[in-house]
Design a protein around this ligand. Structure first.
Ligand code: HEM
Length: 335
């Protein structure tokens, strides 16, 4: 753990000035359509380094932002593809994705993306898309939280449309069963194993009580408390999320073993019925996905390799390229 932190700290410092060097742990990208690794090599050579430097500064004051950028990437790519539609502000007559209750107020880090974009605009005006900034931020967050580095193809362009109503139509809620999660990810071209693998992102970050408190107090007609929740863990969660506390919405770590490290401990906690969200535990209790959870719990390095591959694939979802869309001047509004 200490060595990962040291590696991560030096990586962010050293690479703040150069975008070309890479640390040792590295996986090749899977080939993906028209996106390409090093897309800005000639047009804005320090693009990736500028994003990384901005994140480095932000992580110093709020390490929890790494989880936000992973989630932001998922929420952007599953709704209208990876087109930075999640970054657009609501306008008169249109509520944008970021103001859907799924994202607001729980999703943070928009200000950091805006800072990175401002830095990029100062050096390379209207060259680097906001969609690529999100993809770089997610990649750097994975490295920050796990020590695993991967190349992420770029060349995405920004969309001009964002509707809050499309968020719940595309993103799975935490109450989904395994077959529902499988169907939701299959619609986006992901296999069952890729879905289980990507769920390992819940190895960092937090959930607000409102996302799982039904498991503690109002599960179903027969059981007030979810019988698939370890009773000791449920008792702990009740201290964090008191019943009827509607004014505040406290939060709890998604991974109770290593809450700040992106690793396979998330899967290990599912084996002891300590998955926080019902959609997490469902991956272990369903025979459709149980074997994959067991494998990921056992073979951490294999999971890591599959995870970065699936992250690259996620980043190629329904992307705009070439002359499609635009390169926004600021990420929160269309040009
Ligand atoms: C499999 C279906 C998924 C469901 C049902 C789901 C649902 C959720 C929910 C309900 C939360 C807590 C929100 C809150 O109360 O604050 C959350 C947090 C999070 N999700 Fe997911 N998610 C899923 C998949 C993913 C994927 C694929 C990724 C990324 C690749 C991801 C990344 C995260 C992260 C990092 C957090 C913590 C955010 C933070 O600390 O601010 N999730 N997710």
């Amino acid at each position: 753990m200490a060595s990962i932190q040291a590696l991560v700290a030096s990586f962010f410092l050293v690479l703040a000035v150069t975008a070309t060097a890479h640390p040792t742990k590295k996986y090749p990208p899977s080939s993906s359509s028209s996106l390409k690794v090093g897309f800005y090599k000639y047009t804005c050579p320090s693009a990736e380094a500028m994003v990384r430097a901005t994140l480095h500064e932000a992580f110093l004051s709020d390490p929890g932002l790494a989880a936000d950028f992973l989630r932001m990437y998922f929420h952007d790519c599953f709704v209208r593809g990876c087109d930075a539609s999640i970054l657009l502000n609501s306008t008169k007559g249109n509520t944008a994705e970021r103001d859907s209750p799924v994202n607001n107020p729980s999703l943070e880090g928009f200000d950091v993306i805006d800072q990175a974009k401002a830095r990029l605009e100062a050096t390379c005006p209207q060259t680097v898309s906001c969609a690529d900034v999100i993809a770089f931020a997610a990649r750097d967050s994975v490295f920050k939280a796990s020590g695993i580095y991967y190349d992420i193809p770029s060349g995405r362009r920004d969309g001009r449309i964002s509707h809050a109503s499309e968020v719940i139509k595309n993103l799975p809620p935490p109450t989904f069963t395994a077959p529902q999660l499988i169907a939701n990810f299959a619609r986006k071209g992901f296999s069952v194993d890729e879905m289980v693998t990507l769920s390992g992102a819940h190895s960092i970050g937090i959930s607000h009580c409102s996302s799982f408190s039904n498991r503690l107090y109002s599960f179903n007609a027969t059981h007030k408390q979810d019988p698939l929740l370890d009773p000791k863990y449920a008792a702990f969660l009740k201290t964090k999320c008191p019943q009827g506390n509607s004014n505040t919405d406290p939060s709890v770590a998604l991974d109770s073993i290593t809450p700040n490290t992106l690793d396979n401990k998330y899967y290990q906690q599912l084996l002891t019925y300590r998955g926080l969200l019902s959609s997490d535990e469902a991956l272990y209790t369903s025979k459709l996905t149980k074997g994959m959870v067991l494998n990921n719990a056992k073979y951490g390095a294999v999971w890591g390799t599959k995870f970065v591959k699936a992250m690259v694939k996620l980043g190629s979802l329904d992307v705009l390229t070439g002359k499609q869309g635009e390169i926004r001047k600021i990420c929160s509004a269309v040009n």
